[in-house]
Design a protein around this ligand. Structure first.
Ligand code: FAD
Ligand code: UDP
Length: 379
């Protein structure tokens, strides 16, 4: 009898398996339908010996000391600050838009405060910021919005920014200084030996059994367990009873090139040309030295693995219905990007999983042999 069946060996599932096994001595079976652990962060050495990310570039960044230190128990961190250039008007310029972006694009020599004035002169102020169009146009005006955001967003989501929640493009700040880092979080680092190695360390406990190549629906009636933690798509769990939740997918095209370095930064974005959105060169991320280099092109698509929940009001409404069902499922906990239909970064998923672990550990402490301790008994 397992205490928990955990569905999904991505970050959400692995954090919970690790905590429950090592801290609460729970017996866990971790089931994943893929042939590997790590979920979407899975990395591996390709046939040329270059470390690549199977499901697109994953760069770790967080403001949470707790999350950074927790994962640091399973990996050494290699400091890495990601930088991105966007191909606009035949030039490669920094994104997030900063002082250098404006000066290069318009052949100007503005200072920091002049760049602020420039943005203010272009901004179309909105009374209410509801959509991904509003958020950008309100800050920097329509011209820059069209150069950097409109085409990229259409490609990525097959929606106009006006059809997406403000939170999507709000992920990308606008800066009047020279800071050209993609993220400004306190902790920015990559697992020194890769994500998969980090997962191997997390799951190396005798209380954790891993079962790959298995959809949990094939085994949930055969393997005895007391409670489930589910990290797959929430609509699949409930057999799509309210209809399918939209998730956006991607196709990844990998290429190894016979040169040491291919492009000037870790990622180059293409808002306006090509069917792909961005090209990422892994050696920047991993710090690996190799005479060749590997890149990945991301082609957005409708069908395929569910990678991105699509943040817009009608989807939030539909998710709410599934959320209500989930709340009624006493023996199942839903956690992670797919199960809670949230456009979460890795650190947010780890934080969400640690929060659930804390809740479960309090429940364990306050129950003895199936009885609530007197202080907590319902009156
Ligand atoms: P997942 O990693 O998706 O794990 C869920 C697991 O459940 C999967 O392994 C799946 O196979 C399994 N599963 C699903 N259904 C079943 C079933 N029926 N039976 C058994 N197993 C099942 N975040 C960052 O912080 N920085 C980045 O740079 C970054 N880049 C990203 C780039 C891309 C292209 C994508 C798609 C995401 C990126 N993210 C990034 C987000 C990051 O991938 C997620 O936040 C995180 O990996 C989610 O972890 P999870 O455990 O919730 O889900
Ligand atoms: N975005 C854009 N242009 C860019 C970069 C991002 O329009 O050059 C928008 C786009 O809608 C994208 C969103 O901002 O989906 C979030 O970008 P991010 O790089 O955070 O996406 P992720 O890494 O999650 O795919």
């Amino acid at each position: 009898m397992f205490d928990y069946m955990i569905v999904g060996a991505g970050l959400a599932g692995a954090v919970l398996a690790e905590r429950l096994a090592t801290k609460l001595d729970k017996k866990v079976i971790l089931v994943d339908k893929r042939n590997h652990i790590g979920g979407n962060t899975y990395d591996y050495f390709n046939k040329d010996g270059i470390l690549v990310h199977k499901y697109g570039p994953h760069i770790f960044h967080t403001n949470s000391k707790e999350v950074y230190e927790y994962l640091g128990n399973f990996t050494t961190w290699r400091p890495y600050e990601h930088r991105v250039l966007a191909s606009v008007d035949g030039m490669l310029v920094p994104i997030p838009i900063n002082m250098n972006t404006i000066n290069t694009l318009y052949n100007l020599q503005l200072s920091c405060s002049q760049v602020d004035d420039f943005f203010n002169s272009k901004a179309e102020k909105k009374d209410r910021i509801l959509t991904s169009e509003d958020v950008v146009v309100n800050k920097i005006g329509r011209e820059l919005y069209e150069k950097f955001f409109k085409g990229y967003t259409k490609k990525q989501w097959n929606l106009d920014p006006s059809e997406l929640d403000a939170s999507v493009t709000a992920r990308i700040p606008v800066r009047s200084n020279r800071d050209d880092r993609y993220f400004t979080d306190t902790y920015q680092a990559m697992p020194l030996l890769g994500y998969t190695k980090m997962f191997e360390n997390m799951l190396a406990h005798p209380n954790i059994k891993v079962m790959l190549n298995t959809d949990y629906k094939e085994v949930e009636k055969i393997i005895p367990f007391k409670k489930m933690i589910y990290t797959g798509p929430v609509d699949y769990y409930f057999d799509y009873c309210y209809g399918k939740l939209p998730y956006r997918s991607l196709e990844f095209h990998f290429e190894t090139i016979e040169t040491e370095k291919y492009q000037p930064t870790g990622t180059v974005n293409f808002p306006n040309e090509h069917p792909y959105t961005r090209v990422t060169e892994f050696k920047y991320l991993t710090g690996q030295r190799h005479s060749k280099t590997s890149v990945v092109y991301e082609y957005p698509k409708e069908e395929g693995d569910p990678y991105y929940p699509v943040p817009r009001p009608e989807n939030a409404e539909l998710y709410k219905k599934y959320q209500q069902l989930a709340a009624q499922s006493a023996n199942v906990h839903f956690v992670g990007r797919l199960a809670t239909y949230k456009y979460y970064n890795m650190d947010q998923v780890v934080a969400q999983a640690l929060t659930l672990y804390k809740k479960l550990s309090i429940e364990t402490e306050t129950h003895v042999n199936g009885y609530k301790l007197p202080a907590l008994q319902d009156s």
